[in-house]
Design a protein around this ligand. Structure first.
Ligand code: GLY
Length: 325
């Protein structure tokens, strides 16, 4: 080996020791890494920070991505002050808190619940649907009865805070989704574990003051969440109707399969909404994606969507790029 090559190899070796995961935040907010960046967990909005911390406890101890995402999103589900997920979620226009959630693992297994009432952690019911039934989705009374039979406890999920907000809303009874309301919404979480496996979870109380019986994108595999362990994973937040009409998360994963970065794929999915849906400017949708290399990206319709990112070196919020300037 000549001297120049030796010194080059030495420098590279040193760089690998000092920085086993050389990741940088590129201009377009895509996190690019020279090596596979794992483990890593990302999730939507500010509430993703605490959720990621819980998921990280599992990932750092060589736990599985699916266990990590379930544990992670249970945190905002159980937070009574979080008005868009689980306990304390804003009710529908008749005062009922109805919850939607789904989970997907590296083997294409998935579980989902929709229109579930009285159970604080719908994600764990979805996990049980995935693990213990031949089905993908249980809804309403059937989902509730399945949960109760499996040891989940019924509780009143309508907190005083949410009840007050609903009583205020009832005075005018005007249904109009508010963009980035309270800077949080659905939590969607994606993780890549130390074994290089991907999983995702998504959970919400849905659009505040929705019609009774309305189900959004969050429990719909392919809309609110999609995972393909060969390619990547994606999740969505914002007004579910727009995501369902374009099967957003599946689209993002398929675009990554075609070679797009997570950031580029999320941007294309937002472009699809803008092309197809006339009134998209009135609403917010944000996509979040993670690929097999541990690169992440996001894109949204309106300014204001952010995501929480945690890996060995980072624990922070990243603002998503947006379409409507
Ligand atoms: N993205 C949550 C919902 O629309 O229900």
């Amino acid at each position: 080996m000549n001297k120049n090559r030796r010194s080059f190899v030495k420098k590279i070796g040193l760089a690998l020791v000092v920085s086993p995961v050389a990741s940088v935040l590129a201009k377009n907010n895509t996190v690019r890494s020279n090596n596979v960046n794992k483990p890593v967990v990302i999730s939507t909005w500010n509430h993703g920070l605490d959720a990621n911390a819980a998921a990280w406890e599992i990932l750092k101890n060589n736990g599985s991505a699916v266990d990590a995402v379930e544990a992670g999103v249970r945190v905002p589900e159980s937070d009574p002050n979080n008005t868009s997920v689980g306990l304390g979620g804003f009710p529908d226009r008749d005062g009922n808190v109805t919850l939607d959630a789904c989970i997907m693992d590296q083997h294409q297994n998935c579980g989902s619940v929709a229109f579930l009432q009285g159970i604080q952690n719908p994600i764990s019911v979805a996990r049980l649907v995935m693990d213990k039934t031949p089905h993908v989705m249980l809804v309403g009374a059937g989902a509730k009865s399945f949960a109760l039979k499996n040891g989940f406890k019924h509780e009143n999920l309508l907190t005083d805070k949410a009840k007050k907000a609903w009583q205020e809303w009832v005075k005018k009874s005007k249904y109009q989704p508010i963009i980035n309301v309270e800077n949080h919404d659905t939590i969607g979480m994606l993780a890549l574990d130390q074994n290089g496996n991907l999983s995702g979870a998504c959970t919400t109380s849905g659009a505040a003051f929705k019609m009774n019986g309305r189900v959004g994108d969050s429990p719909i595999i392919g809309a609110g969440l999609y995972v393909d362990n060969e390619v990547g994973a994606a999740t969505a937040t914002g007004l579910g109707e727009l995501v369902m009409k374009t099967v957003g998360s599946h689209l993002v994963v398929e675009l990554m399969r075609q070679g797009l970065s997570p950031n580029e794929a999320c941007k294309k999915a937002v472009e699809r909404i803008a092309e197809k849906l006339d009134d998209y400017k009135k609403y917010q949708v944000g996509f979040l994606a993670l690929n097999k290399k541990g690169e992440c990206g996001s894109y949204c319709i309106q300014k204001g969507f952010n995501y929480a990112w945690k890996d060995e070196k980072n624990e922070k919020l990243v603002d998503a790029e947006y379409w409507v300037k």
